[in-house]
Design a protein around this ligand. Structure first.
Ligand SMILES: [Zn+2]
Ligand SMILES: [Zn+2]
Length: 1011
């Protein structure tokens, strides 16, 4: 049966849709899983993607890497789980729903109703889970799509409850009364890991304000602040005890260092100011009644900005709050959860921190308290979800102590193999610096924290499972449709003291949801396998995932491999590890592949609002899965990736060489009626032997790259092989294909099927398409059902030999190109210096480079050119320079040891002259570190005539193609009279263009007609 002919160019998009439909129709993935079932296991754990939006182009990066290595492991016969995960609750989803409903505060959510709000959140998750699934399929990702895990399932929640109960049992759980970063729009505090990378350049006021010192008429402390809204909550001013402070003629106290040009009338050390009382900026506010404002000492006062005197408002700043504990200062908290002023703040009541900026300044101005008012642009933290600038509030949050788990987590991380390996240190750094884990959020659609503090006895009960909840509940169970608010809030429990207690209202940090999945999805400590047992609560109906039993967990835990972006070090890699080390003392993953950020093709961050972001749907529609995947794979993962249509087009162009090679094979194989399959023929020529070895080398290189999760080596090996295949093997074997040589056809076929298979994990569509075109009848229908080829020892000598020949040829081309001599122009002589095994291939080199003679030996085609180094020699020589320059130009110089030269009896050092090695007149030269190749550039009549013969055959062959002739069609040729002299080479021309006859005619350009 002939091979299906290939079109001139691949239509990637149409081809991919065809392959996708074919995979479905033939259930290729199911058959693959069936084949590998019961084999050795490869455990991959998917980090959940938030089902809150369609995928962005950046999501395709991780999804590509995950699929590449799962496909490779499947080739190797590994049994795998293929479970995809969706992150379903927490702020992402809530804010998405708020926007779609037009709600903009917590009050509005509560008015809308928690039960309804919960339903909308679930609908949103279901909607986007479906969209994401479709996009992943289009990218070529093979997963068990009907059995995803959804982190809002009751089962997932129960597993987190168990973890929290364990933390409580170890005494790690506590309620912190602290100053925290707070988003006034979301109405909740944020955790350490939510703050990194969420800074923006913002413009804020910059105010220098006077605090008049009591009992010292005319003297004031001057403080600097960029947050005027905190001034109504001022209770103290801090100075650096050992710094010098000065009093200006205007009566203002500053740190001397901050006002160096001032003429101070008095100077004291900071400690001498400590204890002074001053008038606060807003003493008349009800909230300020009874507050005594004093100067306090603080070693950390900075002298690099401000005035060296710091305004302290313990209710509005982290360090301020710490100082309030040391100095027993009153804590005034001016704003509520929504960031609005409380009523004890007089005219500011009900206004936002931004709204009070102006009245604060106006009022202080009126009282002559402003020294200077301007503005400042600085980096300021914003909410990672809604971009609202954060403020500080004092809040009661629930935290898990990190100190005891820190070292065990570091130990666990030491067992993990990170790729690239330096990320291991990044993880260590994060672990060494991690604060206690703030796990509570004052929100609605999230993990209900199962904490029941008792007001009567002070005990905190932590519920660890649904059955425990049922046992302890004093009511409300019949309305508990799932473990979410509002229903869970209606189930009080009995405290051990007998009192009825209610759950705290807070929900959990979403990273608890994702961090527990190595337990919740694998059935840790679950006595009996429960079918569809994971599909509980909010996840019911969305997935068919089972809750496996403990034996299954033993089999699949820990994951052999996980892969997520670097940011996940402080997120999923961290939360997973925290929970796993707590529960099992082990790392949840053995190896990690991580990668950096996706930027636009000009290297800017992608933002929807900048109009430069590309979402996954758009990328898949316009670029297609294979090219996107190739782009991610060839990229070094520790660098940011520039994604866009131009780089994609470049890859598509490069991939043409593979297509053209396959098409070349198919065309000639069909002419010959070649039957694929079988073993290597016995009468292999040296070039065939080389290609077989080169193919084995490809298999070895690709296998090694997959084994170490290093995709850039995959695409590099692939491209270098394609280049060897097309630009050496096929190029050098053309005549054999024209003659229908079966040995050459077999060798090329074999190389192509191996190539297609080894790149298949990277480009599954194109690979399977070509496999189906090329495969032997007895081979599996899909490349993915074909076992991975064995890695064989290769003939390193032979490979090195041809590699060197190719280098010589490459340098020869380069030399010709530099001299402006096109490859069709034959040349007289080529000299190669430094070649080893390539010496046995003089004929091939001569043919490839169109030279008459090839010599191996020292290249005597260079000369030294020496020029004066003008900036150095100019001033030194003055008028003499001209003479030296002329002598150098004329070559009248002597080389000295150390790189210098002697000219006109004077010595110059290597710094004083510029020495260049160049080709001598009549030669062109190219070299790399060990090889030098030189060609003569002079042409004689014979060479010129031969050059014209090559031009003519090239032209005729182009005409053949343009006329749409079949490869085997013969032609008659008429050439111009001016080319009559070329008939000296008639036979050669006939051969090259499949001509039956060549005649000279009165034509203005050559003509061909089908014979
Ligand atoms: Zn927010
Ligand atoms: Zn109690």
């Amino acid at each position: 049966m002939p091979f299906e002919p290939l079109t001139q160019y691949p239509d990637h998009l149409a081809l991919e849709e065809d392959v996708l439909a074919w995979w479905d129709d033939e259930a290729i993935f199911d058959r693959l899983r069936e084949r590998n079932s019961g084999g050795p296991t490869f455990s991959f754990m998917d980090g959940p993607i938030t089902a809150n939006n369609p995928m962005g182009a950046h999501h395709c990066w991780g999804r590509t890497l995950k699929d590449v290595f799962q496909r490779y492991k499947a080739f190797r016969g590994f049994d795998q789980r293929y479970q995809n995960g969706f992150d379903c609750q927490g702020l992402w989803v809530e804010v998405g729903v708020e926007r779609s409903l037009g709600l903009n505060s917590k009050r509005e959510i509560e008015e809308y109703g928690l039960a309804e709000f919960n339903e909308r959140c679930k609908e949103r998750v279901a909607e986007f889970a479906e969209i994401i699934t479709e996009q992943c399929r289009r990218l070529g990702m093979w997963m068990d799509w009907d059995n995803d895990y959804y982190t809002f399932s009751d089962t997932n929640i129960e597993y987190i409850w168990r973890f929290l109960k364990e933390c409580h049992a170890r005494g790690w759980l506590y309620k912190g009364h602290r100053s925290v970063e707070w988003c006034p729009r979301c109405g909740t505090s944020l955790s350490q890991h939510e703050l990194i990378n969420s800074y923006e350049e913002l413009t804020h006021p910059s105010l220098y304000v006077r605090f008049p010192i009591k009992g010292r008429e005319g003297e004031s402390l001057v403080v600097w602040t960029t947050t005027p809204w905190t001034l109504p909550a001022n209770v103290a001013a801090a100075v650096k005890p050992d710094a010098e402070y000065g009093l200006t003629g205007e009566g203002d106290w500053w740190a001397v260092e901050r006002k160096a040009d001032a003429a101070f009338v008095r100077r004291v050390r900071g400690e001498e100011l400590v204890g002074l009382e001053y008038e606060g900026p807003f003493d008349s506010l009800p909230a300020q009644q009874g507050v005594v404002h004093r100067v306090i000492p603080w070693d950390d006062v900075t002298l690099s900005e401000g005035t060296g005197i710091v305004h302290i408002a313990p209710g509005c700043g982290k360090e301020d709050f710490e100082l309030s504990r040391v100095h027993d200062l009153p804590v005034l908290m001016p704003i509520n959860e929504a960031g609005l002023f409380y009523e004890s703040y007089g005219e500011f009541e009900g206004r936002s921190t931004e709204d009070v900026e102006k009245p604060v300044v106006v009022e202080l101005e009126r009282r002559g308290r402003i020294v200077e008012a301007g503005s400042i642009i600085h980096r300021y933290p914003v909410c990672w979800r809604c971009a609202t600038p954060l403020v500080f509030r004092i809040a009661d949050d629930w935290l898990i102590r990190a100190d005891e788990i820190r070292q065990p987590m570091l130990d666990a991380n030491a067992t993990v193999k990170w790729t690239p390996d330096f990320y291991s240190k990044r993880m260590d750094d994060w672990l060494r610096n991690m604060d206690d884990w703030n796990i509570s959020r004052r929100r609605y659609f999230g993990l209900p924290l199962p904490f029941y503090p008792c007001n009567s006895c002070g005990r905190i009960t932590v519920i660890g499972s649904v059955s425990e909840l049922r046992e302890r509940a004093t009511g409300g169970l019949d309305q508990l449709k799932e473990l979410h608010r509002p229903w869970i809030d209606e189930v009080p429990i009995a405290c051990e003291c007998g009192a009825e207690v209610r759950r705290i209202q807070e929900v959990g940090d979403a990273w608890l949801d994702a961090g527990i999945v190595p337990f919740s999805t694998l059935g840790w400590q679950n006595p009996e396998w429960i079918e569809r047992g994971y599909a509980t609560g909010a996840a019911a109906g969305l997935t068919g995932a089972d809750l496996p039993d403990h034996a299954y967990w033993e089999k699949w835990y820990p994951a052999d491999w996980v892969s997520e972006m670097r940011e996940q070090i402080r997120l999923w890699f961290y939360s997973q590890s925290f929970m796993s080390v707590t529960l099992t003392g082990r790392s949840p993953y053995k190896s990690v592949l991580t990668y950096e950020k996706l930027l636009d093709e000009h290297g800017r961050e992608m933002h929807r609002s900048w109009g430069n972001s590309i979402d996954a749907a758009e990328a898949l529609q316009n670029i297609g899965g294979d090219v996107i995947r190739f782009m991610f794979c060839e990229h070094v993962p520790s660098q940011n990736l520039k994604f866009g249509y131009a780089p994609a087009g470049e890859i598509r162009r490069r991939l043409l060489t593979l297509w053209n090679s396959a098409k070349f094979f198919v065309d000639y194989a069909n002419i010959q009626g070649f039957e694929p399959g079988g073993e290597a023929p016995s009468e292999l020529q040296p070039l065939d032997q080389w290609l077989l070895e080169r193919t084995e080398q490809l298999v070895a290189e690709m296998t090694e790259a997959y084994e170490r999760y290093w995709t850039p080596a995959l695409t590099r090996s692939f491209e270098s092989f394609v280049d060897d295949l097309s630009n050496w093997y096929i190029r050098r074997s053309r005549r054999r294909f024209w003659a229908g040589d079966e040995v050459a056809l077999w060798t090329l076929w074999h190389a192509l099927v191996r190539l297609v298979q080894t790149i298949a994990p990277v480009m599954p569509f194109l690979a399977d398409f070509l496999w189906r075109t090329l495969r032997a009848d007895d081979a599996p229908e899909s490349v993915f059902l074909q076992p991975w080829p064995d890695v064989r020892q290769t003939d390193a000598g032979l490979l090195a030999e041809v590699a060197e020949v190719r280098r010589v040829v490459e340098l020869g081309r380069q030399a010709r190109g530099d001299a402006g001599l096109k490859l069709r122009q034959p040349l007289r002589r080529l000299v190669v210096q430094g070649a080893g095994p390539a010496q046995a291939h003089a004929d091939e080199i001569a043919e490839e480079l169109r030279v008459k003679e090839v010599e191996f030996g020292p290249v005597d085609a260079t000369e030294l050119r020496v020029k004066p180094n003008l900036p150095v020699l100019g001033p030194k020589l003055g008028k003499e320079l001209g003479a030296v320059r002329a002598a150098l130009q004329a070559g009248k110089f002597e080389q000295l040891e150390g790189g210098g030269v002697r000219v006109n009896g004077r010595d110059f050092t290597s710094d004083e002259v510029i020495v260049e090695r160049g080709a001598r007149e009549g030669w062109a030269l190219a070299e790399d570190h060990s090889l030098t190749v030189a060609v003569t550039t002079e042409l004689d009549d014979e060479l010129r005539r031969e050059g014209r013969v090559y031009d003519l055959t090239h032209r005729l062959n182009t005409m053949r193609k343009e006329a749409g002739l079949a490869l085997t069609d013969r032609v008659q040729v008429v050439v111009q009279e001016s080319d009559a002299d070329l008939l000296e080479y008639e036979d050669r021309i006939k051969d090259e263009v499949l001509a039956t006859e060549i005649v000279v005619g009165k034509v203005t350009e050559p003509q061909i007609t089908k014979a």
